[in-house]
Design a protein around this ligand. Structure first.
Ligand code: FES
Length: 572
């Protein structure tokens, strides 16, 4: 451990650099005894814009207590905070910026280990990406899920019920006064969305990957267990500093596979796949999508949470959290993976069920026998697309329909509710130019609303296809992450109204029934989007990769694709 001597600012005289550093840190009131202890950085991801991180200050207090009880010196420092609803144009546009900020501040400042506080959707991925790249001993904790709200006796949760009830409002079944009442109940306190959305998915995947102390993913934000977990995390960080237990020893290929397996078993968010691909890229690993697809067939969906089930995260915490999930799929996991505990993943799994619960099913009695997420390929998505079949309508999983095309998000907003829109329930809604470069930021726009006139007639689901992402809290027969995206010249850019499109999830196929000569003619008419001129947008546009590489910036990968020659092949 180097403590305050680590990473000195360069003044040409190392002795003077340390002298100066100590002079300034002593202005904070620290004694020499304190400064000689292992130094544990704590990422302060609080923001008054970010309700999902509202409890970060009290988590920091608990983490500091744990660090000091274990003989370390805690020092918190700010990292930018990202909330889904306060990030224009979309939070995904900023995830890599947060990852850069976290990586560089962890590397720049003296710390022997770091406690990272994630929560809202993009924060856990950004912090894991940063941890992978900085490779300083790191341990993650999360703010935890919100508790549920209620309306007229019905439990409500963000954001599955936000979408469901807004859909009813659009269809005229809920009036303006009632939707305002509901608005106050959907997010009734601090913490992250309490369904199996991206925040819950990534917290569970991070725990499965070994980056969080056992049990941490599901503890509600307001529960006292959350503070005890934070205290234990702080104490453990001191030990990790002494052991020099780095992320590169924990986030190994088998650990990543464990996380992907858990992503399937929990019926997790499609966003989880993008984020894990980005983390993998930081470690020099490329996701084996064929293997991931096989996992989708083999792995039972066990967790009965909204949006595809009925319970909420506080119920999963009461049911034992990740432990019983791991127990049910333990034969499919690499149990020897090292975790932040210093022991193996296998040693964290409860051996037997000790009480009855119905939130985590047994492998013998799953929600779905297999197939949380499936990969799709075909002439419409040469580099892949994904569907969350557990949240889809079964009869639509094999479907051919006429394309109804929206050229952009603005076009969608302008025409989706038009009484003149030529659309039937058997059509396939196609949204273009909503991918990583196109929107920009690959917004969660893949959950195209059902056209108002069809919604009013009782239609609740249609096949929808785009190069966008979708909130993990959403549901429907929705094909996402089509790659290459429109803005990179992918075939999706060539689809026109009236084309026939076939979806066959069991076969893993997505096909556009237009002959090749016609596609060549259409491609001559296609023009790439204008290139941004300045700032972060320019950096983003120049460097962002497609969904299969996690939408990371190429130069942040351990092995940039530009060097390996794969970048062209990926359509970027
Ligand atoms: Fe933060 Fe849903 S908006 S987790």
């Amino acid at each position: 451990m180097k403590g305050m001597k680590k990473g000195l600012a360069q003044y040409g005289d190392a002795g003077f650099s340390l002298f100066l550093r100590k002079a300034f840190i002593k202005a904070m009131g620290y004694s020499d005894d304190a400064l000689d202890r292992p130094i544990i950085g704590i990422t302060d991801t609080y923001s008054a814009y970010n309700a999902c991180h509202r409890n970060v200050p009290e988590l920091i207090d608990a983490i500091k207590r744990g660090v000091m009880l274990a003989g370390g010196l805690p020092i918190e420092f700010p990292i930018i905070s990202i909330h889904e609803a306060f990030s224009h144009p979309t939070s995904m546009f900023l995830r890599n910026l947060m990852a850069i900020a976290a990586e560089e501040m962890v590397r720049a400042q003296p710390m022997d280990a770091v406690v990272m506080i994630g929560g809202c959707d993009k924060t856990v991925p950004a912090l894991l990406m940063a941890a992978a790249s900085a490779d300083v001993p790191a341990i993650l904790t999360v703010t935890g899920p919100m508790i549920t709200g209620s309306h007229k006796g019905e439990r409500l949760g963000a954001c599955t019920d936000c979408r469901r009830l807004w859909g009813k409002h659009r269809a005229g079944a809920i009036d303006a006064a009632e939707i305002d009442e509901i608005n106050e109940q959907l997010a009734p306190g601090p913490g992250t969305c309490m369904v199996m959305g991206t925040a819950s998915t990534m917290a569970l995947c991070a725990e499965a990957m070994g980056m969080m102390l056992p049990g941490g993913a599901c503890i509600p934000a307001v529960h006292a267990d959350r503070l005890r977990h934070a205290e234990a995390t702080g104490a453990r960080a001191v030990a990790m500093a002494k052991e020099d237990l780095r992320p590169s020893r924990i986030m190994t290929p088998p650990a990543l596979n464990n996380a992907l397996r858990v992503l399937q078993a929990i019926g997790g968010s499609t966003n989880g796949l993008v984020h894990l691909a980005a983390v993998a890229g930081r470690l020099g690993i490329d996701i084996d999508y064929a293997a991931f697809d096989r996992m989708g067939v083999e792995t039972p969906v066990l967790v009965d949470l909204k949006p595809s089930g009925q319970h909420y995260m506080e119920d999963l915490h009461k049911a034992g959290g990740l432990g019983p999930i791991l127990r049910e799929i333990r034969d499919q996991l690499d149990l020897d993976c090292l975790t932040v505990t210093g022991g193996t993943l296998g040693s964290t799994i409860p051996p037997v069920a000790t009480w009855q619960q119905d939130v985590v099913r047994t492998a013998a009695n799953p929600i779905h026998k297999g197939g949380g997420l499936r990969m799709l390929y075909g002439n419409l998505a040469p580099n892949g697309a994904v569907i969350k079949q557990a949240a889809a309508t079964q009869r639509l999983l094999k479907h051919t329909g006429r394309a109804v095309v929206f050229e952009s998000l603005a076009d969608l907003a302008a025409r989706i509710d038009s009484p003149d829109l030529d659309v039937t329930a058997d059509d396939v809604l196609v949204l273009k130019n909503a991918g990583p470069k196109g929107a920009p930021g690959m917004p969660e726009a893949g959950y195209l609303p059902i056209p108002k006139k069809l919604a009013a007639a009782g239609v609740t689901d249609m096949v929808r296809i785009s190069d966008a992402r979708m909130s993990g809290t959403a549901f429907g027969t929705i094909v996402l992450h089509v790659s290459p995206e429109c803005a990179a010249g992918g075939p999706l850019a060539l689809v026109r109204n009236g084309d026939r499109i076939s979806l066959d999830v069991a076969a893993g196929k997505i096909e556009l029934h237009v002959d090749e000569a016609e596609l060549v003619r259409r491609r001559r008419d296609w023009a790439p989007p204008a290139h941004p001129e300045r700032g972060y947008y320019k950096l983003y546009f120049d460097e962002v990769l497609q969904a299969e590489y996690g939408c990371d910036f190429d130069f942040l990968r351990k092995v940039p694709l530009g060097k390996s020659g794969n970048r062209e092949a990926s359509g970027t």
